[in-house]
Design a binder for this molecule. Structure first.
Ligand code: PXL
Length: 279
């Protein structure tokens, strides 16, 4: 008897500080019981404080990585993150179509948690026009949804209308994260808005008060992909991903001097409590 472990492919950028990007994706895939593979689109020189340099790989090399993974290992679910520029978006779109890469989780990454840009302007149009219509689910945070829609989302009604419009633009479903930032009255809650063309759903948890938020977007989208690969339905996968991110935020430990990463392996170990004098 063989046991088959589902595989999940991320197409995204490398974060040298390992809190976000493909490093976060692979940790999430592993922690959630799937085998992760990675096609790297760009290399960032980055830590918990800033993005210091970015080098986008040649589109042909991105395509070659996807071909290498698909021709041997396969991908039960594919997730995209930082795509850097329009040429890379276009080659990813071509490969998604050629290999029929579905389900497809599209995280339209634009800005790092340190506030640094991770895309060239032309990438936004390519994502909106070409990649979004292939998405099983699109996972923008509030700011990314505003950029894709080219307008401010300043209330719950705005966010609901925005989610509806993103589905009308071709996404199979959308979950807009961090919606609570638009609504002062939601203090203390963390609310994500889901719409799939049939109905709305709000996912709310208590907001975790922490500075360790680097990579939460990558982790959330990857957790959805891993849950889908394990045959969970879409609404259930989003609930599972939200619970995973919430626990990983709660368990986060200090790394670096800026926004630290979440603790992807909270199920396996907790940080030892060191006495300062012992170190
Ligand atoms: O979470 C967005 C993101 C995606 N990809 C890379 C990143 C970040 C955020 O810092 O560095 C490579």
């Amino acid at each position: 008897m063989t046991r088959r472990v589902p595989s999940v492919m991320t197409i995204a950028g490398s974060d040298s500080g390992a809190g976000a990007g493909i490093q976060a994706d692979l940790k999430t895939f592993a922690a959630m019981g799937t085998f992760g593979t990675s096609a790297i689109t760009a290399i960032t020189a980055q830590n918990t404080q800033a993005v210091l340099d970015v080098f986008a790989l040649p589109p042909a090399l991105v395509a070659a990585q996807i071909d290498a993974i698909v021709s041997d290992i396969g991908a039960d679910v594919t997730k995209t993150g930082m795509l850097a520029n329009a040429d890379i978006v276009n080659v990813v779109v071509a490969k998604v179509e050629e290999h029929g890469l579905r389900p497809l989780v599209v995280d339209p990454v634009m800005v790092s948690s340190s506030g640094d840009r991770l895309f060239e302007e032309d990438a936004v149009d390519a994502i909106r026009d070409r990649l979004l219509p292939l998405a099983t689910v699109l996972t923008p945070n509030l700011l990314e949804a505003e950029v894709l829609l080219d307008r401010k989302l300043a209330s719950w009604d705005d966010i609901r209308d925005g989610a509806k419009e993103l589905v009308e633009m071709g996404a199979g479903a959308v979950v807009i994260t961090g919606g609570h930032a638009a609504v002062a009255a939601s203090k203390g809650a963390a609310t994500d808005f889901f719409y799939d063309g049939h109905g709305f759903h709000e996912y709310t948890t208590t907001r975790i008060d922490t500075n360790n938020t680097h990579g939460t977007g990558c982790t959330f989208a990857s957790a959805i992909a891993a849950a889908l690969a394990r045959d969970t339905d879409l609404r259930g996968s989003i609930a599972m991903a939200k619970a995973y991110v919430t626990k990983a935020l709660q368990a986060a430990y200090p790394v670096g001097h800026g926004r630290g990463p979440v603790h992807h392996f909270f199920r396996f170990w907790q940080p030892r409590i060191y006495d300062k004098a012992q170190r």
